[in-house]
Design a protein. Structure first.
Length: 171
């Protein structure tokens, strides 16, 4: 139990750091899609934090699904993308701070995936396994969305051509 408690405490710290980072990144970016994406990720991390705190209180993993929305991070971003797609089309380049924030976010998400993957490999409890798999899935989606956004801001022409043609034509 003590190892599990320590693991959850570490996860709580990671999620708090993610929340702080994403709110600061949203505040600093002038890019509407980036701002909304960072705020959406902060909300996701707040949900993760809520469930981790509840689990830490009693170390029970059986009721974690009520904390997770039906929409995945990717589905939420598609909605945000639709809201700001005209502004995105007009955007030419990001400033270096925005690109750096995306890189930092990718690094944080990659570390979170690694941490939760390690926790998953150590557990033999089916509820814990399901919980860590869900966190891994969401953190991987965050990483992919950050990476796609970074690619777009670095070279928007190729990004639209290869990554988002389905979003732009409504598919």
């Amino acid at each position: 139990m003590n190892n599990l408690s320590n693991l959850i405490r570490t996860a709580v710290k990671m999620e708090k750091d993610g929340i702080d980072f994403y709110y600061k990144a949203a505040e600093k970016t002038s890019y509407p899609f980036g701002k909304k994406m960072f705020l959406s990720f902060a909300e996701d991390e707040e949900r993760h934090l809520s469930v981790l705190r509840e689990i830490l209180a009693d170390l029970k993993f059986s009721d974690f699904n009520r904390f997770f929305e039906r929409k995945t991070p990717r589905e939420k971003i598609k909605t945000i993308f639709q809201e700001v797609k005209n502004e995105i089309k007009q955007r030419i380049a990001a400033n270096p701070d925005e690109l750096e924030a995306l890189k930092i976010g990718m690094d944080m998400e990659s570390k979170s995936v690694g941490f939760y993957q390690s926790a998953l490999e150590k557990t033999q409890d089916s509820h814990q396994e399901a919980f860590f798999k869900r966190l891994i899935e969401e953190e991987k989606e965050h990483y992919q969305l950050l990476q796609n956004t970074h690619s777009y801001l670095k070279d928007s022409g190729d990004w639209f051509l290869w990554e988002e043609k389905g979003l732009l034509d409504g598919g």
